[in-house]
Design a protein around this ligand. Structure first.
Ligand SMILES: Nc1nc2c(ncn2[C@@H]2O[C@H](COP(=O)(O)OP(=O)(O)OP(=O)(O)O)[C@@H](O)[C@H]2O)c(=O)[nH]1
Ligand SMILES: [Mg+2]
Length: 269
């Protein structure tokens, strides 16, 4: 249904967290370098603003990078034209494709639990103390959904695929005790299929996209119902309803998952 943009937007604009102790629901975005994390955050911000913003600075160069363009943890509050919404999305450094480093995984897990303060610059060694370490995170400091961004145009490459899924598996293992939900956003559907590039509405009809979503589901062990294909805003001047609908669908599920986790009670966190 490509006509649901306004309904989805209204629903999210009038949303209040189930737990009254939580002022804003925090969501953490993770994934490989260049997967489109910052662009996804910009896209969500743009949908609610009704115009393209570039708050979460994305990498403007098209070349494949070996270092993350985003270096610090930064939180972005979602705002609509009328008010601040009770959602905050955190952008972090990307996971390096070559190796599986414990440090990167620990930093992500610590960021989810709210131990890493805004502005922290990620280092070679994981954060365990100091001025950026939050010893006693409040409920609003903790993230209640992990969004993992996977590049649809490269997931089929065997080597990358293996490392991506192994890292996700390690993160899942660490956070599974606390029942933090995970949603996968598959970015760059336009780069994965020419059909979709020419008409975004073909995204659920394209055989290639369907195959990639199934591949992702099988490898990561997340049901296809929790995997959302999107095209991020990355070089556009104006927003577009089809792009907005896919972003809103993904964001709506992210918010539902996070809120469901919150409803289960703070005592288990
Ligand atoms: N075609 C297309 N390009 C995209 C999309 N999303 C992101 N990009 C491009 O991919 C590149 C990387 O995007 P970023 O948002 O900077 O990726 P990131 O995951 O934040 O990367 P790091 O901060 O380096 O870890 C940029 O050149 C974007 O313009 C998309 O949906 N489609
Ligand atoms: Mg980034």
């Amino acid at each position: 249904d490509w006509g649901q943009k306004e309904a989805l937007k209204r629903h999210l604009e009038s949303f209040t967290p189930s737990n009254p102790d939580v002022t804003n629901i925090k969501i953490l975005v993770a994934g490989q370098i260049g997967a489109g994390k910052s662009s996804f955050i910009n896209s969500v911000l743009s949908v609610f603003q009704g115009e393209i913003g570039n708050e979460a600075l994305a990498d403007a160069s098209q070349s494949a990078a070996s270092h993350s363009f985003t270096k610090r943890l930064r939180a972005y509050r979602i705002r609509s034209a009328h008010a601040d919404l009770p959602f905050e999305i955190c952008d972090i450094k990307g996971l390096e494709p070559e190796n599986i480093s414990e440090c990167q995984i620990d930093d992500i897990v610590n960021s989810i639990y709210g131990h890493v303060k805004e502005g922290y610059k990620f280092k070679e060694k994981s954060l365990t103390d100091g001025e950026h370490y939050n010893q006693n995170p409040s409920l609003s400091d903790q993230a209640f959904c992990l969004v993992y961004i996977i590049d649809t145009s490269t997931i089929q490459l065997a080597a990358e695929d293996k490392i991506i899924t192994e890292k996700l598996r390690l993160i899942r293992q660490k956070i599974s005790d606390k029942g933090i939900p995970q949603v996968i956003v598959m970015s760059k559907v336009d780069e994965a299929s020419l059909l979709v590039k020419n008409d975004l509405k073909m995204v659920y009809r394209s055989k290639k996209i369907k195959e990639r979503m199934e591949l992702c589901s099988a490898k990561v062990g997340v049901p296809v119902s929790h995997i959302f294909p999107v095209k991020n805003y990355h070089n556009e001047i104006d927003t577009n309803d089809d792009v907005d609908v896919l972003i809103l669908k993904a964001f709506d599920q992210i918010v539902r998952s996070a809120d469901a986790r919150l409803r289960r009670g703070a005592s288990n966190i």
